[in-house]
Each structure stands twice: as C-alpha cells, then as structure tokens.
Design a binder for this molecule. Structure first.
Ligand code: PGA
Length: 240
C-alpha cells in the first residue's frame, strides 16, 4: 500500500525563493507539501508530482474576518489537503469547537482534512493518553456524521513527541500503532458510511526511524515537521 507523507513546514522557510528551491528538491509522488500561506502559489507552480496542503483555514466562507483565509481561497490556489487542530495551534488557543467548524467547512467543499489529535506530556505521565486523544476525536466524529462522502485523514501526534518540544522523543512505533488502532476502531465503530478514512503518525519522524512506523499496515503515513525541511532526510523517508 502507498503511504501518505505530509511535509508540514510550519513557519519556514523565510523566503519564497527558498520555498521554491526546497519544493524542487523534494517534489515526489505520495508527498503533500504544506507550506506557509504566503508561499502556496509559488510552491504549487513548482510542483510536478507532489500535492499541495495548507496548515490551517478559517471556517467562514467570506466576510469581515481580518487575517483569516477561507477554504475557497485555498482551493483556488490548488490546495487539496488542510491540516487542522495541530497541537501548535491548540496551544495558541484553538478549541475542539473551532476544529469541528473547520472540519465541516473543509469537507463541505470536497477538500481533505488532516485532523491532528494527540496527548500532551501531562496526559502521558498521568496515564490518560487515550482519554485525551478520545476527547479530541469524538467531537470531530460527531461533525462528520452529517457527511455522506469525503476523504479524511487522522494524524496521531503525541505532543511530547513533536521535535520542537523540550526533550522530545518519537513515540515507540508499537505504541503509536496501538493508539492508531484505538482511534481507527472508534471511528469505524461509529459507522460513518461513505467516508474514506486514513490514519497516520507524526512526531519526530526522520529518515532513520520512519521505517519503524511505516512498516505497520495500520500506520498509513507520516506527518513530518523538522525533517521535511531537510531534503536528504525527507528523501530517505520517501524511499521507505
Ligand atoms: P516534527 O513535527 O516532525 O518536527 O516532530 C511534526 C509536526 O508537528 O507535525
């Protein structure tokens, strides 16, 4: 089975020139590049094989929302995938309610949401990782019940595993697989007919450890942050 690799560049690089150069180096099939908003157009123009993603969106269709960007605007630039509910946005105040509204807006217009859910370090220490993950998962499942078609990607990203966190370590692939199985079973239990689901892992994935995660059928891909800015690393992941 082909795996999905999503390059989440976060707020990098600094210039359009660098974004284009990076795109040319990593462009490949099965890769989705999610650059910052200002570089979407330029990255799109330099893509030959990869697909375009965005890192966020606003839920309203249009109007007086200074600083926000709509699904239609992203779609007009060639965006097909939109990362939603990333922990770095949740830390800045994004709530489950906001994520739900965004999921609905994205699926309504036929784009593919990449919904990030994950436990924090305190959840892990308190042994409540599954509870924390389900708290984020359930509202989105409810939101998806009104749709009869669409493709949805869930990214399990334990916050403590994201490379920019202090003392971050990737999850153990076996644990990641187990949590993904729990997420998948929950989603499938809800009998959401007509929707197609995929489940990926994110958190300190690099060229050395990617194989450990991707060898499992249940882990259908990876959301890659830091390593996606390093062409050699990303190429290694893509080869796996
Ligand atoms: P990382 O980031 O690969 O640098 O840990 C992943 C993410 O935040 O999506």
């Amino acid at each position: 089975m082909k795996k999905i690799i999503i390059a989440n560049w976060k707020m990098n690089p600094d210039t359009e020139l660098e974004a284009v150069s990076l795109t040319q180096k990593i462009d490949s099939e099965n890769l989705i590049i999610a650059p910052p908003y200002p570089f979407l157009g330029a990255v799109r123009k330099s893509q030959k094989l990869s697909k375009l993603g965005a890192q966020d969106v606003f839920w309203e269709a249009k109007g007086a929302y200074t600083g926000e960007v709509s699904v239609t605007q992203l779609k007009s630039l060639g965006v097909q995938y939109i990362v939603l509910g990333h922990s770095e946005r949740r830390i800045l105040g994004e709530t489950n309610d906001a994520v739900v509204k965004k999921v609905k807006a994205v699926v309504s217009l036929g784009l593919i949401p990449v919904i990030c859910i994950g436990d924090g370090l305190s959840d892990k220490i308190a042994g409540r990782s599954e509870v924390a993950v389900m708290d984020q998962l359930m509202p989105t499942i409810e939101a998806l019940k009104s749709f009869k078609s669409g493709k949805i990607i869930f990214a399990y990203e334990p916050v403590w595993a994201i490379s920019t966190q202090k003392d971050a370590k990737p999850d153990n692939p076996e644990n990641a697989r187990n949590m993904i199985l729990k997420i998948k079973n929950k989603v499938l239990d809800e009998g959401l007919k007509g929707l197609e689901f995929h489940f990926i892992y994110g958190g300190s994935v690099n060229g050395l450890n990617a194989g450990g995660f991707l060898k499992y059928d249940e882990i259908e891909g990876a959301l890659v942050g830091g390593a996606s800015l390093k062409p050699d690393e990303l190429t290694r992941i893509l080869k796996i």
